[in-house]
Design a protein around this ligand. Structure first.
Ligand code: SAM
Ligand code: SF4
Length: 427
């Protein structure tokens, strides 16, 4: 979501005549787009701010702007803490950036209000010509006890299906073959618009409309909340040709006791039931997840349940996070902090298991011929290209003479696999 916001920030600024420089030294304007989901993002920000302070003191005429969720969480306080700052804006106020930059000549300028313009209408400067993000909703209304997102991005609000379809048509006309539909909880898409057709029906319906767009080959979406995943969405993944066979379904924990404390509103059994149904419905589905370790009150048996959940679900990958107390969230004040050493040990065990299963899942692909969307040169260099399978796996593959361009579809025969990548040859 932040990457997509950055594309919008670039789009808005370029429309005003700004151009991206090679390095920060030459820049007349520095824009830092921030994240506040975990404390680690904030620590990385400190380094950036140090650089911005130095650059500003070298040339006081240059402007420094801070946007995103960290800015939204701190609001005007920022100007006291960071006196070199000229502009601050929340994630919903990208449209206001040009006006804020203009106002900055008269002193600190900021905006932390909801933009009246749906931000998805803003100009976007896409990084790739063949692939795009499409934000279908803003905010989140779930208030998981550990999460700052609802506090900084506001409540769920969905764009109209007509507007989204229009945007995707334009993208496809522009050469896009793959889109990733974005929302904090995409399964809840449209429920705030009171369509009245029941949970998930609205999102599955949107996917069907997008699937009907000629020339759109792949549709991905993220993130799905297990509580709102209904049979119609499973059918959409199974039946709609462009919808890819990959689902990112954050479990967060395998212990019902912890899930309750997290306010996730599903149990371990419900999550496992969903995964069983998904596996039955969608052949070859790749499943990935998010897991949090060290949530307040997490006992050894809770951790063990997370490990057995991973074994049962056989995830193709998982983002694993150490619990980070976020100011203003419920979990920040919960008793039962897990000692650092215990967290480190549990994280090590979890990552080991996740990698082992991911490797086994990937090795099952060896010998298969799969469709790959070419992204460009592989990091390995030489005549190796890199692309992605429909199941969202990175595929490195060898080419001989003609190199297919980024955005091309090729068939690749998989010859080996690690926990994170598949390796193959052009079939
Ligand atoms: N909306 C998505 C969902 O509900 O799954 C995810 C949004 S969140 C920005 C991405 C992931 O960050 C979450 O799934 C969770 O695992 C992790 N996360 C959020 N808050 C966290 C915290 N305070 N400490 C550690 N991890 C956190
Ligand atoms: Fe955060 Fe929960 Fe909303 Fe995801 S669903 S953004 S974890 S509050």
């Amino acid at each position: 979501m932040n990457d997509h916001d950055s594309e919008r920030i670039r789009g808005v600024l370029e429309e005003q005549g700004w151009r991206q420089t090679e390095g920060t030294d030459e820049a007349d304007l520095l824009v830092i787009n921030t994240c506040a989901v975990r404390g680690s993002a904030e620590s990385r920000l400190l380094g950036r701010l140090g650089e911005a302070r130095r650059l500003k003191s070298e040339r006081p005429g240059r402007l420094v702007a801070l946007g995103g969720c960290f800015a939204q969480a701190r609001k005007q306080e920022l100007f006291r803490e960071l006196p070199f700052l000229d502009v601050a804006f929340g994630p919903g106020n990208i449209a206001e950036l040009p006006a804020l930059l203009e106002a900055a000549s008269a002193g600190p300028a900021y905006c932390f209000e909801d933009s009246p313009l749906p931000s998805a209408r803003l100009p976007v400067r896409r990084a790739e010509s063949y692939r795009a993000w499409v934000q279908v909703m803003t905010g989140c209304t779930n208030f998981c006890s550990y999460c700052i997102v609802p506090r900084v991005r506001g409540p769920e609000r969905s764009r109209s299906a007509g507007e989204i379809v229009e945007e995707v048509r334009r993208l496809v006309d522009d050469g896009v073959v793959e889109i990733t539909v974005l929302g904090q909880n995409v399964n809840a898409y449209g429920l705030d618009r009171d369509d009245g057709r029941g949970k998930g029906a609205v999102f599955a319906g949107l996917l069907a409309q997008l699937d009907a767009i000629k020339g759109l080959e792949r549709i991905r979406f993220t993130t799905s909340h297990p509580r709102d995943l209904g049979p119609d969405l499973m059918e959409a993944i199974r039946d709609l040709p462009a919808v890819c066979e990959h689902l990112h379904l954050p479990a967060q924990s395998g212990s019902t006791r912890i899930l309750e404390r997290m306010k996730r509103r599903y149990t371990r059994e419900q999550y496992l039931g969903l995964v069983d149904r998904l596996r039955e419905e969608v052949e070859g589905l790749a499943l990935t997840t998010d897991l949090i370790i060290g949530f307040p009150g997490e006992r050894e048996e809770d951790f063990h349940r997370t490990m057995t959940l991973v074994e049962r679900c056989r995830f193709d990958g998982a983002f694993t996070f150490v619990f980070s107390p976020r100011p203003g969230t419920e979990a920040a004040d919960l008793p039962g902090r897990v000692p650092k050493g215990t967290v480190r040990r549990r994280m090590g065990e979890l990552v080991g298991l996740v990698q082992q299963i991911a490797r086994e899942q990937n090795q099952e692909m060896v010998g298969n011929e799969i469709e790959v969307l070419v992204e460009g040169k592989s990091r390995q260099g030489g005549r190796q290209l890199r692309g992605r399978s429909r199941t969202n796996k990175i595929v490195n593959f060898q080419v001989r003479r003609d190199q297919p361009p980024p955005g091309a579809f090729v068939k690749v025969k998989i010859v080996s696999a690690t926990s994170t990548t598949l390796k193959g040859e052009l079939a």
